[in-house]
Design a protein around this ligand. Structure first.
Ligand code: NAG
Ligand code: NAG
Length: 404
């Protein structure tokens, strides 16, 4: 073994020891709770007020795969607010040590510890590319968030490759004037080329029954387009109301369960499931706002994923009035621009909001001290988001593009 190799090995040993130390310290302080999903229902000590007459709150599900821990943590800092709830998930392809490290990072932030509103999924789920395990993981996240927190009004899905374009104070301010039963879900029943290439093929997700990671496989037969219900498809990035998710998760009507069984053998279930459930439900179809409030740029012809955004997309992102954008390469410089110009967020610090009362300077994090968490301080970027959401709400009122 050369000296260099030995040094590397020693460094690895040191890092591992330091990490174990962190985990040890946090566990003896009773702070390891965030690692296990259900142990953080310690009494909620924060003075957050929820419900009608108070600003809305959000339940965030942030997920990624192997090596995504640092990005998930950065995204968490960027979208954090004490009134919200967060569930972080590193999928089954990631390693146990990554989940522990993420939990230790979460525990290292005083506000996260004090408000106890961030959890890391301890028992991960697989997320097979294009397979139905993805929708199972989203439904599980919704179920956990419903169980652990009564306060949130909307459920938001984000991946490690996403980033916000507004502060949480902005988002909560804009959503204060949105009816809380509305769902932001981009959808259409015009399947086009997807009919033959996405909906009719029958696929099997081995993540459901095989322990080892493999790809979905295709049956040789296709199945006809259903006539017991209409298929809708659209963006997998959703902002769903609490009441609609209760409908999906508790399943007192059989529609959400029937469609779940249907999409078990469908490709990209996350682009079909909620869209079809909501538009086939008389109770909820009038609550669909046709938009996802995300900024994405597609190649022409489109590939499977939108193209990676960089600094040359910054103006377009800001002008779009979207709440979130995707996708970004890890630590792309444009994320630093968003931190500096929009979020006003320092390195390794949470995005400041009306709840932060500390003085802002280079050595002090303004959010290391806090006051009333129900006070919002929207910034200049709230204007664009107000415009874009008003436009979507106008369309919703006219019912011109709802479940069609
Ligand atoms: C939904 O909208 C349609 C068309 O305006 C209306 O007939 C129906 O009663 C509404 N359903 C609910 C549950 O409000
Ligand atoms: C940004 O992305 C576009 C499209 O992928 C590319 O053409 C351009 O060169 C990139 N710009 C920078 C500064 O990386």
């Amino acid at each position: 073994m050369g000296v260099g190799a030995e040094k590397k090995w020693l460094f690895a040993l040191f890092s591992a020891a330091f990490l174990s130390f962190l985990i040890f310290v946090s566990s003896i302080c009773g702070l390891s709770s965030s690692y296990y999903v259900f142990s953080s229902d310690k009494p909620f000590t924060s003075s957050a007020h929820h419900g009608a007459g108070h600003p809305p709150a959000f339940g965030y599900y942030i997920y990624g795969g192997r090596d995504d821990g640092d990005r998930i943590f950065r995204l968490l800092l960027a979208v954090y607010h004490p009134r919200n709830r967060y569930l972080l998930h590193i999928g089954a392809d990631g390693m146990e040590i990554e989940r522990r490290k993420l939990a230790a990072m979460v525990n290292s932030v005083p506000a996260f510890r004090a408000f106890g509103n961030v959890d890391v999924v301890g028992k991960p789920d697989p997320a097979t590319y294009m397979g139905s395990t993805n929708i199972a993981a989203v439904l599980r996240a919704a179920a956990i968030l419903l169980k652990v927190d009564r306060g949130w009004d909307w459920f938001v899905t984000l991946s490690a490759m996403d980033y916000p374009l507004i502060t949480q104070d902005d988002l909560s301010h804009v959503f204060s004037s949105v009816r809380r039963d509305l769902n932001f879900i981009d959808h259409t029943s015009e399947l086009g080329w997807k009919e033959g290439q996405r909906i009719e093929p029958i696929v099997v997700d081995p993540g459901i029954y095989l322990a080892r990671r493999t790809q979905i496989f295709h049956a040789t037969e296709k199945r006809p387009i259903p006539d017991a219900f209409r298929v809708f498809t659209g963006s997998p990035w959703i902002i769903l109301s609490r009441s609609f998710l209760e409908f999906c998760v508790f399943g007192w009507d059989n529609l959400p369960r029937t469609l779940l069984m249907y999409v078990t053998n469908a490709m990209l279930s996350e682009e079909v499931y909620f869209h079809s459930v909501i538009c086939n439900s008389n109770e909820f179809k009038n609550t669909t706002v046709n938009g996802d409030l995300r900024y994405m740029v597609w190649d022409n012809p489109p590939k499977m994923e939108p193209h990676f955004l960089n600094t040359s997309d910054y103006e377009g992102m800001v002008q779009s009035g979207a709440a979130f954008a995707r996708q970004f390469a890890k630590d792309d410089p444009v994320l630093d621009m968003v931190d500096a110009k929009i979020l006003n967020r320092g390195n390794n610090r949470v995005t400041p909001g009306g709840w932060c009362t500390g003085r802002k300077n280079w050595f002090m994090d303004p959010c290391s001290q806090w006051g009333d968490v129900n006070v919002l301080k929207p910034g200049p970027h709230v204007k664009k988001l107000t415009e874009s959401s008003s436009k979507l709400l106008e369309e919703w009122k006219s019912q011109s593009n709802q479940c069609r």
